[in-house]
Design a protein around this ligand. Sequence first.
Ligand code: FA5
Length: 354
Amino acid sequence: MSKKTIESELGSILKQVTARLSKANTLEEVYAVRNEFSGKGSVLQQLLQSLKELSPEDRPLVGAKVNEAKKSIESDIERALLFLANKESIEKDEQRDIDVTAPFHVSNPHVAPFDSIGTPHPLQYEINRMLDIFTSMGFIPFEGRELDTDYYVFDSLNMPKEHPARQNWDTFRTEDNLIPTPHTSNMQVRIMRHLKTAPLRAVIYGRVARNEAADAVHGHTFYQIEGLYIDKGVSVSNMIATINAFVEAFFGRKVVGKIQPGYFPFVEPGIEYMGQCPFCDGVGCVSCKHTGWLELVGAGMIHPNVLREGGFDPKEYSGFAWGLGLDRMVMQRNGIQDIRSLFASDIRFLQSTI
Ligand code: FA5
């Protein structure tokens, strides 16, 4: 073969390889190109053989061209193989039926069964436990509203416009002038009007929002469990006995607690129930802001104006209400030192609690 023939043959081989590879849709088609154009017995091999027919001056020059073409063909083939192998594996994955209920890790059947199966969030787990305790005491469960009107959040609770206590709670507003409720007490009058008759026992769970700078014991979003009890002759001692019975059932043991006066416009008298800080046994630490106590529940005897607003005659009926901070109770029961870990979605924390 002459120098000219070899060079034109080389050009035609390169063209053919490019055309065939660009049309190849399967790995088999690429393997066929490889067999034909590169490796033993291929046209390129034959071309290399024919180099010896050239003159000693032409041989190195043409030889270098043939070798360069060989390298370029091999790398094109390699690239085409990789591309198609990847494409085929993606297509296979797409066609595969995935059994989402399979009790093992899909991509690794050796991972222990149930290894990646979730559990309820600690807050959800404790909401369920609390509701079980209250329903066993005869309270009917309701879910709170997260967005509500001025009337239910304030007016119905003895906080008319300009009442100074509104300032503590009136923080966010939607464009429609609805309030992301800062406490579950917004459900009190609604439920009185809904259930209408005494004895009335209701327990409400819900998420509330406040304009708080978060710290170890304050969240800007947290959960409350509100309770309402209305009947003839309900007294402060009934209220304290109910809170104590609940606290004991929840913690499964006697808890060091104390009651101190507290002000809420919708109760009279009002109290705050404090639990001794479990992290320092009352000595004082970051978790209790060095007070030795965690404020767990706000409560009181329902104000006559609120009873009236709910359709109950305060001369005939009395009652109590409470709002407990679920997150703080969960912290205390589970030894969680910082409320923010309840919202951080750290799987190690979630797996270590419940
Ligand atoms: C209230 O929200 C009243 N609505 C409670 C109430 C209901 C009083 C019925 C009387 C009758 P207070 O703002 O204190 O009160 O909150 C009640 C409980 O929620 C607190 O005892 C505390 O446990 C919890 N709490 C309050 N603020 C936060 C916060 N930023 N982060 C986490 N928990 C909180």
